[in-house]
Design a protein around this ligand. Structure first.
Ligand code: SAM
Length: 187
């Protein structure tokens, strides 16, 4: 790919009961995913929420670290926060990437669950990405991406598996591992 981007979806996600709901923005997710996205050379990091107060919060966090007096003392953080794009829907993120890339991105979903028989491994995904002009990797929150979000994605990456049965990574940790598998030149 010549253009690569990430998205963190707060809606539509699942809750514990499997119903669709909207999760809240967390400061840590914004910071950590922005830094990881920058490290793995993403051109944009979309924060997806339809709640306008939450959009304002995400923008305030990003802009503080991009523009405030404090930000000038931490230029590496400002460089990461510059990637943040706050959007209302995953459709909007895909449309923005399509426009930026001049072509539809390969939209890749992620999940802790092994429930998609068509999911492909990271090495296979790298090969697939090499054939595409652009790619957008989508991460969920709460209990994962809701079916409505998965339907907008083209292909699923197989989950990161732990060393034992316990597998409850935070989205921040999972995203760093996924980005390394998909983007690191060491692999
Ligand atoms: N049970 C949920 C699921 O299956 O997606 C866990 C949600 S987790 C707290 C939030 C997000 O982190 C997921 O939507 C996915 O993007 C990412 N994630 C968490 N664990 C993962 C794993 N083992 N492999 C890949 N992505 C993972």
């Amino acid at each position: 790919v010549t253009r690569f981007a990430t998205a963190l979806v707060h809606h539509p996600c699942l809750d514990k009961a499997g119903d669709v709901y909207t999760t809240s923005i967390t400061n840590l997710d914004v910071h950590d995913l922005a830094r990881s996205s920058r490290t793995y050379d993403a051109a944009a990091f979309y924060i997806v929420t339809p709640v306008t107060a939450q959009q304002d919060l995400a923008r305030a966090i990003a802009e503080f670290w991009e523009r405030s007096k404090r930000a000038t003392k931490v230029p590496s953080r400002a460089a990461a926060m510059k990637l943040v794009r706050v959007v209302s829907s995953l459709e909007e993120a895909i449309a923005a990437e399509t426009e930026a890339a001049g072509a539809s991105p390969l939209v890749i979903s992620t999940s802790a669950r092994d429930d998609d028989p068509d999911a492909i491994t990271a090495p296979a995904m790298r090969e697939r990405m090499a054939e595409e002009p652009a790619a957008l990797v989508v991460f969920g929150t709460g209990y994962g991406l809701a079916p409505q979000a998965l339907e907008l994605c083209d292909i699923r990456l197989t989950p990161v598996h732990g060393a034992g049965e316990y597998n409850h990574l935070s989205v921040r940790s999972a995203a760093a591992i996924v980005l390394d598998r998909l983007r690191s030149p060491d692999r």
